[in-house]
Design a protein around this ligand. Structure first.
Ligand SMILES: [Zn+2]
Length: 138
């Protein structure tokens, strides 16, 4: 089964749970309806979530969705509220390994990703590659 395409940019979306969309939708975008939602992963597209009943753009979502943002703060771990800037700062202050960064920032293990992360998925698939890249670029 292929995913439906974003109504604005036509890129295929990734399915997201309705509970996740409810957590991130601004009250002004209520009601979000009962149709299944998808997230648009195109960084340049204003649409965050869409369903066959409509879409929620960046302005309709209260959470900063990291890949849609070019400036700080760029959230990395929503449960523990750690940003990309926090990770960079930990590395500047001497963190040398992924474990050091985890210890210094408290990133990961929050367990609430279904509600806090705009994908509704564990943040580690995003923050681990980011931490590795940040360490390598030092
Ligand atoms: Zn889009």
């Amino acid at each position: 089964m292929t995913s439906p395409a974003c109504p604005l940019c036509k890129k295929r979306g990734i399915p997201v749970d309705r509970a996740t969309v409810i957590c991130h939708a601004k009250e002004s975008a209520w009601p979000i309806g009962d149709n299944p939602y998808h997230i648009c992963e195109n960084p340049g597209c204003e649409v965050v979530y869409f369903s066959s009943g409509g879409c929620l753009k960046k302005a309709d979502v209260k959470t900063r969705v990291t890949f849609k943002e070019s400036g700080p703060p760029r959230p990395l771990c929503y449960c523990k509220q750690v940003t990309e800037e926090d990770v960079i700062s930990a590395i500047k202050q001497g963190a040398k390994t992924v474990e050091d960064v985890i210890e210094a920032t408290g990133i990961g293990g929050g367990g609430l990703c279904k509600f806090t992360n705009p994908y509704g998925r564990c943040c580690s698939r995003y923050y681990l590659p980011f931490i590795k890249r940040a360490l390598e670029s030092q």
